[in-house]
Design a protein around this ligand. Structure first.
Ligand SMILES: [Zn+2]
Length: 161
């Protein structure tokens, strides 16, 4: 959740430094995610949208014969909007993971993975590894707090996919 105290205004004297930060899109500090956006002339901070961010996500654990970009892309499209795949992960080694930049809503729980049905009645767990997200609640799936501090009541602890 974005509050007035969670907004920081960074000023750059070198445009390329600003562009480098914007290209990466986000970072984290002590488990909190920092999203970088350009504040255009005339924009108020409160009108800027921080509801989502582009995150690099690895799709790890697809069965070897199904470890393709199209299957990874289809899985990722259920949790966000796929922007692109890392060229170096397009043809991963047998145990490798596909890596893509995906627009994720930060207002919804992050999905840790899914059961991939490779044959009727046969499933394999596949992980979504969110790069740069180190503090993630295993109860509600939100970034920035742990289960111990989760305010979600037990009845609402269900996940969407
Ligand atoms: Zn939680």
């Amino acid at each position: 959740m974005v509050t007035p105290t969670s907004l920081f205004l960074l000023r750059f004297t070198v445009e390329e430094d600003c562009n480098a930060l914007l290209r990466y899109g986000h970072t984290n500090y002590k488990g909190a995610i920092f999203i970088f956006k350009r504040c255009l002339v005339g924009h108020a901070l409160r009108s800027m949208n921080f509801d989502g961010a582009y995150l690099w996500i690895q799709v790890e654990g697809l069965p070897v014969h199904y470890n393709s970009v199209s299957i990874a892309s289809r899985a990722l499209s259920k949790i966000g909007r796929v922007l692109c795949f890392d060229n170096e992960s397009l043809d991963p080694p047998i145990r490798g993971a596909h890596r893509a930049k995906v627009w994720i809503s930060l207002n919804r729980p992050l999905i840790p993975g899914f059961y991939f049905e490779y044959e009727k009645g046969s499933f394999e767990w596949v992980d979504f590894r969110y790069e740069g997200v180190f503090v993630l609640c295993r109860v509600c799936g939100k970034i920035g707090h742990k289960e111990k501090y989760c305010k979600l009541c037990p009845q609402k602890r269900s996940r969407e996919f």
